[in-house]
Design a binder for this molecule. Structure first.
Ligand code: ADP
Length: 323
């Protein structure tokens, strides 16, 4: 394949820009033409497509967000929308796509191939780390580091005042941000959607900590695991401990990407471009990922069907270390 388009879709994540830069420059080095598509699938439907050169991606490696902008596009989920997108790809002479996004964006890419034969390589870009086929997604490491920095700050003030804090973090239905930040940040209690919340046990633990003289507790709550206010009220009622809630919200989505995310961006980009470059029959319909520190690729359908992240070991270690 000689001509590719690149788009970012769904939720933005730190490292998307580093990845756009890597895709553009690596593809140009292979004498491919690269087109930037604005606002994900919406730009594909609207024809917001522009050829990129090495300078189009200057000075973006360190920036969060995405210079191509991102969007959620309902129209692309319809046959009519996809038809317009396929037509524009023909008009602009774009043979295949690099799609940086999450599971929704990959479902779109798969539908696009199934219905209109448009090949693509997907790069997992989401802070949530909610794709089971890959150990890590782009942006997750940076987001966890942002949470860690917040926990560090909270710890200082919580310890000084003997206060407890519930820190609610993002992740949708996945507890990875909470688990990794909780383990790395030394949280006393980690609550994730993959494990049933037991309020009795939480209150018992807090009381036990109190008896041991540990008055300041950090509880990390994944947004998909439960309601922070309700939990806060229960803890106050049952333990008498002073507890606050901090919702970190969108600050987790922004910020300069970490070293790990920038390297991952480059490695994902190389595999995605190679897949398209080597695709003589225009049949690529795959995502890239990382497993045991090796870059992998897999069909969309196989990758999206996986559900088990398998972080049981980390969860158990965190439970031992937090007491
Ligand atoms: P993410 O990629 O972060 O999971 P979304 O779930 O919002 O974000 O998906 C991004 C976009 O992908 C959607 O707005 C839509 O345009 C497209 N998309 C998602 N699911 C499908 C589908 N089944 N068919 C076609 N397009 C889809």
């Amino acid at each position: 394949m000689k001509s590719i388009g690149i788009l970012t879709s769904g939720g933005d994540a730190p490292g998307m820009n580093a990845c756009i830069r890597a895709v553009v420059r690596y593809a140009l080095d292979k004498d491919m033409r690269v087109y930037g598509i604005e606002r994900g699938y919406a730009g594909l439907i609207g024809g917001n497509i522009e050829e990129m050169n090495r300078r189009s991606v200057s000075d973006i490696i360190q920036r969060g967000g995405t210079i191509l902008k991102t969007a959620r596009c309902k129209e692309f989920t319809t046959m009519d929308g996809m038809k317009k997108a396929a037509y524009n790809m023909k008009v602009f002479g774009v043979d295949g796509l690099v799609v940086i996004g999450g599971d929704g964006s990959f479902r779109g890419a798969k539908e696009f191939y199934d219905n209109f034969g448009i090949p693509s390589a997907g790069i997992p870009g989401t802070i949530d780390n909610d794709l089971a086929y890959t150990d890590y997604t782009l942006g997750f490491d940076t987001a966890v580091n942002t949470v860690l920095s917040a926990i560090n700050n909270l710890r200082d003030t919580m310890t000084s005042h003997d206060l407890a804090n519930i820190v609610e973090v993002m992740g949708r239905h996945c507890g990875d941000i909470a688990l990794f930040a909780g383990l790395a940040g030394g949280a006393e209690i980690i609550l994730i959607p993959e494990k049933q919340i037991n309020e009795e046990e939480i209150c018992e633990n807090i009381k036990l900590n109190q008896a041991k003289g540990k008055l300041s507790n950090i509880i990390i709550l994944a947004e998909g695991a439960g309601n922070a206010e309700a939990l806060q009220n229960t803890i106050i009622e049952k333990t008498g401990v002073q507890i606050r809630t901090t919702r970190l919200g969108h600050i987790q989505r922004g910020g300069t990407p970490s070293m790990a995310d920038r390297i991952l961006a480059a490695r994902f980009a190389v595999r995605a471009v190679d897949l398209l470059f080597d695709d003589k029959d225009k049949k690529v319909n795959k995502v890239v990922g990382i497993k045991n520190n090796k870059i992998i690729d897999e069909d969309y359908a196989t990758a999206l069907a996986k559900t088990n992240k398998g972080h049981e070991d980390l969860y158990n270690v965190a439970k031992i270390l937090c007491t």
